[in-house]
Write a protein that binds this ligand. Structure first.
Ligand code: TXA
Ligand code: MG
Length: 336
């Protein structure tokens, strides 16, 4: 499938394709999504097939106006505390990189939510995503537009290279500005729980609603709470090894090895060479997050034996960066 510019005409064509049950890859501020009409079971089935995604891993429903939420989530059934959290978070952080887990409405097919009683909802801030959603049924189910387990796409070209003919349309909206997926927060019952660190830092959420649980611990053989928690995920084809900060610069460089630094290291003499990338020249977490998958895609295309990546500082967006790096290396994030 060719990549289409996000002109009004192309967005309209893409919306018509969604209405016909086709798949449309579209830009969001986090990563590119592989969209299907959220109410069309056949289209939803194609999403799982195109991604080779297991059916136990539910999809996020994307909306483009606050009023659309009540068609997807049973907000009336929330207790008072949860209702207040929803109102604060949706008013303050939507549109943006935050996905909320809420009780589901029966109109949303069980396939989209893997049979769970809850549904994941997100209101992206990317203008092309919003336009496409508004021109469609107002609810697009979309996982990241990559084969299951592989690096997420931050450019239209990544989608084309990874999914090719499995997508009917690819809308180009430029490079994703946030660069890591949305934060997934369960506010459906009890204490709010962070299921996936992402583009909205935990600190931002806690400043608004107080403490959230942050635990990825799960029993062996237990069905994952949020299958983004699977140990190996977001992975390049080249093996990736994670190093502590500062450790990487002291290792002797080898031509067949790639390196991903968080920030420039004072004691490494190699220039930003063939297989070396620096996530942020100024040590800025937002810039590092925006570069993360982009640089991993680049390094993965170089035919290296191994990629060594340095951890980011463990605060703000650094939590999401380290989570993706650990999973790319095949480890889970330990509970903090
Ligand atoms: O930034 C993003 O969230 C991107 C863009 C395209 O919006 N989407 C994305 O989707 O990352 P995906 O499918 O790659 O990840 C969705 C995550 C998965 O970890 C899934 O298990 C979790 O959300 N999830 C979805 N519904 C859930 C539910 N009802 N309960 C718990 N976790 C859920
Ligand atoms: Mg994904």
């Amino acid at each position: 499938m060719e990549i289409l510019s996000s002109s009004d005409q192309n967005v309209q064509r893409a919306a018509a394709a969604l209405a016909d049950g086709l798949l449309v890859a579209f830009p969001t501020e986090t990563v590119y999504g592989l969209g299907a009409d959220a109410f069309n079971v056949h289209a939803l089935a194609k999403v799982f097939e195109a991604k080779n995604r297991p059916h136990f891993d539910p999809l996020i429903i994307h909306i483009a106006e606050h009023d659309a939420l009540s068609r997807i989530a049973d907000t009336a059934s929330l207790d008072r505390a949860a209702g207040e959290r929803l109102s604060i978070l949706s008013r303050q952080l939507w549109p943006g990189p935050l996905t909320l887990i809420l009780p589901k409405r029966p109109q949303i097919p069980a396939l989209a939510t893997s049979g769970l009683a809850t549904v994941a909802v997100r209101f992206p801030s990317h203008p092309v995503a919003q336009k496409l959603i508004r021109l469609s049924t107002g609810a697009i189910a979309a996982p990241s537009a990559n084969p299951f387990g592989y690096l997420s796409p931050t450019r239209a070209e990544h989608v084309k290279a990874q999914l090719g003919q499995k997508v009917d349309f690819i809308l180009d909206g430029g490079r994703a500005a946030v660069g890591v997926e949305s934060t997934v927060l369960d506010i459906s019952h009890g204490q709010p729980r962070l299921l996936r660190p992402g583009g909205t830092p935990r600190e931002t959420i806690e400043a608004l609603i107080g403490p959230v649980e942050f635990s990825f611990a799960q029993a062996v053989n237990e069905a994952p709470l949020s299958p983004g928690q699977l140990e190996s995920h977001y992975a390049p084809r080249t093996p990736l090894v994670l190093c502590r900060r500062g450790e990487l610069a002291s290792l002797p460089a080898a031509a067949t090895e790639g390196r991903l630094y968080f920030s420039p290291s004072t004691n490494h003499s190699e220039a930003a060479g063939h297989g070396t990338r620096v996530l942020s020249q100024t040590g800025n977490l937002a810039e590092a997050a925006a570069n993360l998958f982009d640089m991993l895609h680049e390094l993965d295309s170089l035919g290296l034996r191994v990629i060594r990546a340095e951890e980011a500082p463990l605060s703000g967006l650094g939590v999401a960066i380290n989570d993706r790096l650990r999973r790319a290396a095949g480890h889970t994030t330990p509970a903090l």
